[in-house]
Design a protein around this ligand. Structure first.
Ligand SMILES: O=c1ccn([C@@H]2O[C@H](COP(=O)(O)O)[C@@H](O)[C@H]2O)c(=O)[nH]1
Length: 482
C-alpha cells in the first residue's frame, strides 16, 4: 500500500471518532491528553479491512502458520487478516473458562508453529506480553508483533527487551503529524501530545520474570524449585514442616477424608497415614463428632507424621471467623494445623483467624481457584488472593488452586479435583490426573478424596497416587534450575 493510503486511513479514523483529545485515564492509571479507541472499527468493515491490510503488510516474516489477535480489539483485526491471507488464527482468552476444557487458547495449533501477534495499540506492551507468554508456554513460537499504533510510551522497548520484535504501522507522533498537516488538529493540541509523549516514554511492564526478581536477585519460579530449597525461603513454620514431611516420606499426597463417622475417619487416618503429608477433613460432615475424635486424630498425625487440614472455607468478617475458628462444636483451632479460607471478605478474614490462633502454630490456605464447573474465581480474584497472601505471609501458607496462581516459592499450591482418570462427577467436580495436576497445573500437593476413599483397596490406591504425584514433582524440578 502506498503512503497516502495510511494518511487516508488516519483521516478516516479521525473522522469516525477513533482519535479523541481531552483528559483520559489509561489502563495504567496514567492521565493522557489523547485517546485512540480502535474498538469502534468493527462498525466500519471497509476501514477494518484497510487497517488489517496495512498491518499485514508490515509483518517482517513470511512464514507464519498462525495469527493471534490480542483481546479485544486485536481479535477482529486478526480475524480479517486470517480470512484474507488464509492463515489460521488462535485466540487467547482473557480468563480461563470454568467449564469444559478450561483452555486458555482457542483454535487448533501445534507446538513450534510460528504465530504473528496482532494488537491495536501498545502503551506498556503488557497485553501483548501476557498473550505471548501464554502462547510460548504452550509451545508456540512468537517472535513478531504488529501493532497499529505505538503510543511511544515504552511498550516497544519493553517488548524488544523481552525478545519480541514489535512493528508499528504508525507511531503517535506520526499520527499527530498527519492530523496537523491536514488541519484536523491545531498546533497547541499537537504540542500537548508531543510533550506528553516526551515525558511519558518509559512506562514499565510487570512480567513474570520481574515478579520473581527480588532485590535485583533473580529468583527461580516456585515450580522449578525443590522442596529442599523452599524450606529456607518460606517464612512460615508450618510450610517448613510440610516440606520436611514431604521430603522424608516422599509424598505430596493429601487425602480428603470426607466421611460421616469418627470410626471411618480414624481408620482412614491410621491406614493411609504412612502415605500422606496431610489429612484434609470436613468435620461438619460427621454425625458423631466429638473433641475426643480430634484428640485421637492428633495422636495418629503424630504417629504417622502428617498434618491436619480442616477444609472449613471460612468466609466471613474477621470477628465472626475468629469465633467460628476457636469456638462452636468443632474448636478447629485446637487441632487443625491448617484451615482453608475464602479471600472474598478481604484481609479481615486472615487477621481474624490469626487473632484466634494466638501463639499456636497455625496457618491458612486461601481458596484462589475452585475445581468445580462454572467457578467464579476470575483472574482478578486470583490476583487479589495473591496480594492478600503476600501481605499476610505470617499466616497464609498457600493457595487452593487449579493452575500455577503464584510463582512465589514461599507459597504451597494445593490442588483438589484429582483422580487417576480425567473425568467429571455428577455434581460439577472436575478431575485431572496427578501428573497433570503437578506438571501442567503447578500443584505442589494433590488433594484426593473419593478416588482413594471409595476405592476397593484405599491403601494400594493411595500408594499409586503418591508415586504418580511425587514422581511428577521430581520430574518437574529436574527440569528446573535448583
Ligand atoms: O476447589 C475445590 C476446593 C476444595 N475441594 C475439596 O477437595 C475434596 C475433593 O474431593 P474428591 O472426592 O476428590 O472430589 C473435597 O473435600 C472438596 O470439598 C474441591 O474439590 N475443590
Amino acid at each position: 500500500m502506498e503512503g497516502n493510503v495510511l494518511e487516508e486511513c488516519v483521516l478516516e479514523l479521525f473522522r469516525i471518532g477513533v482519535v479523541k483529545f481531552g483528559s483520559f485515564t489509561l489502563k495504567s492509571g496514567m492521565q493522557s491528553p489523547v485517546y485512540f479507541d480502535l474498538r469502534i472499527i468493527i462498525s466500519f468493515p471497509k476501514l477494518l479491512e484497510t487497517v488489517a491490510q496495512l498491518m499485514w503488510e508490515k509483518r517482517p516474516g513470511t512464514d507464519y502458520q498462525l495469527v493471534c489477535g490480542v483481546a479485544y480489539t486485536g481479535i477482529p483485526i486478526a480475524t480479517v487478516i486470517s480470512n484474507k491471507q488464509d492463515v489460521p488464527m488462535v485466540i487467547r482468552r482473557k480468563e480461563t473458562k470454568g467449564y469444559g476444557t478450561k483452555k486458555m487458547v482457542e483454535g487448533i495449533y501445534e507446538k513450534n508453529q510460528e504465530c504473528l501477534m496482532i494488537e491495536d495499540v501498545i502503551v506498556s506492551g503488557s497485553s501483548v506480553y501476557e498473550t505471548v507468554e501464554t502462547l510460548v508456554e504452550l509451545g508456540l513460537e512468537v517472535k513478531d508483533a504488529v501493532v497499529f499504533l505505538d503510543r511511544e510510551q515504552g511498550g516497544a522497548s519493553n517488548l524488544t527487551a523481552l525478545g519480541i520484535n514489535i512493528i508499528p504501522v504508525i507511531t503517535l507522533t506520526e499520527l499527530m503529524e498527519i492530523l496537523l498537516k491536514h488541519g484536523r488538529v491545531n498546533q497547541d493540541t499537537y504540542n500537548s501530545v508531543k510533550e506528553f509523549v516526551a515525558s511519558h516514554n518509559d512506562t514499565s511492564i510487570v512480567t513474570k520474570a520481574k515478579i520473581s526478581c527480588k532485590n535485583g536477585i533473580k529468583v527461580t519460579d516456585r515450580k522449578d524449585q525443590t522442596f529442599e530449597s523452599r524450606i529456607s525461603t518460606t517464612n512460615h513454620p508450618l510450610s517448613r514442616r510440610l516440606f520436611k514431611i514431604m521430603l522424608r516420606k516422599k509424598t505430596n499426597l493429601c487425602v480428603a477424608a470426607d466421611v460421616a463417622t469418627s470410626q471411618q475417619l480414624l481408620s482412614l487416618a491410621d491406614q493411609l497415614g504412612p502415605h500422606i503429608c496431610l489429612l484434609k477433613t470436613h468435620v461438619d460432615l460427621m454425625s458423631d463428632f466429638t473433641l475426643d475424635t480430634t484428640q485421637e486424630l492428633k495422636e495418629l498425625a503424630e504417629k504417622h507424621n502428617f498434618l491436619l487440614f480442616e477444609d472449613r472455607k471460612f468466609g466471613d468478617i474477621g470477628n465472626t471467623v475468629a469465633k467460628q475458628y476457636s469456638g462452636g462444636a468443632h474448636k478447629v483451632v485446637e487441632w487443625a494445623h491448617l484451615v482453608t479460607a475464602h479471600a472474598l471478605p478481604g484481609p479481615g478474614v486472615i487477621e481474624g483467624l490469626a487473632s484466634a490462633a494466638q501463639d499456636q502454630e497455625r496457618g491458612c490456605v486461601l481458596v484462589s481457584q475452585m475445581s468445580s464447573v462454572g467457578a467464579l474465581t476470575s483472574n482478578e480474584y486470583v490476583n487479589g488472593c495473591s496480594r492478600l497472601a503476600e501481605n499476610h505471609t505470617y499466616f497464609v501458607v498457600g493457595f487452593v488452586s487449579q493452575s500455577s496462581v503464584s510463582g512465589d516459592s514461599r507459597f504451597i499450591l494445593f490442588t483438589p479435583g484429582v483422580q487417576l482418570e480425567k473425568s467429571v462427577d455428577g455434581l460439577g467436580q472436575q478431575y485431572v490426573t496427578p501428573r497433570a495436576a503437578v506438571l501442567e497445573r503447578g500443584a505442589d500437593i494433590i488433594i484426593v478424596g473419593r478416588g482413594i476413599t471409595q476405592a476397593s483397596d484405599p491403601v494400594a490406591t493411595a500408594i499409586t497416587y503418591k508415586h504418580q504425584a511425587f514422581s511428577a514433582y521430581e520430574e518437574r524440578v529436574a527440569g528446573g534450575t535448583s
